[in-house]
Ligand binder design. Structure first.
Ligand code: FES
Length: 111
């Protein structure tokens, strides 16, 4: 079943910024990296720290708790298989932005 979460207009991040979107099951961090939008679950898969305050280096997000780095597009830790942050697909419909909580972003990974 599709679970769409609408992003309020004032929560759509400008290039180089991020926003936190709350929903009944948790929080999603929305990043605008060089004009591309990425949605990740805010809870780090290692120990649950908030990824919202993580440091970005290009498309790699570093968890503020223990330093694991996640690719914004795939959620993966480069060089590690079977472990990563949860990503979500984004959809634009009639000028409105939605996070699809039932679907991960299409696979894409840094080398
Ligand atoms: S909680 Fe994120 S790396 Fe440990």
């Amino acid at each position: 079943m599709t679970r769409l979460l609408e992003v309020p207009t004032d929560k759509v991040p400008a290039p180089g910024s991020r926003s936190l979107i709350h929903h009944e099951g948790g929080c999603v961090v929305l990043f605008n990296q060089d004009g591309a939008l990425y949605a990740l679950d805010d809870a780090c898969p290692h120990n649950g720290a908030s990824l919202f305050c993580g440091r970005l280096q290009g498309r790699l997000l570093q968890c503020p708790a223990h330093g694991l780095r996640f690719d914004l597009a795939s959620g993966r830790v480069p060089g590690v298989t079977g472990f990563g942050a949860t990503t979500y697909a984004l959809e634009e419909r009639q000028g409105r932005l939605f996070i699809d909580l039932s679907r991960r972003r299409a696979e894409e990974c840094l080398p």
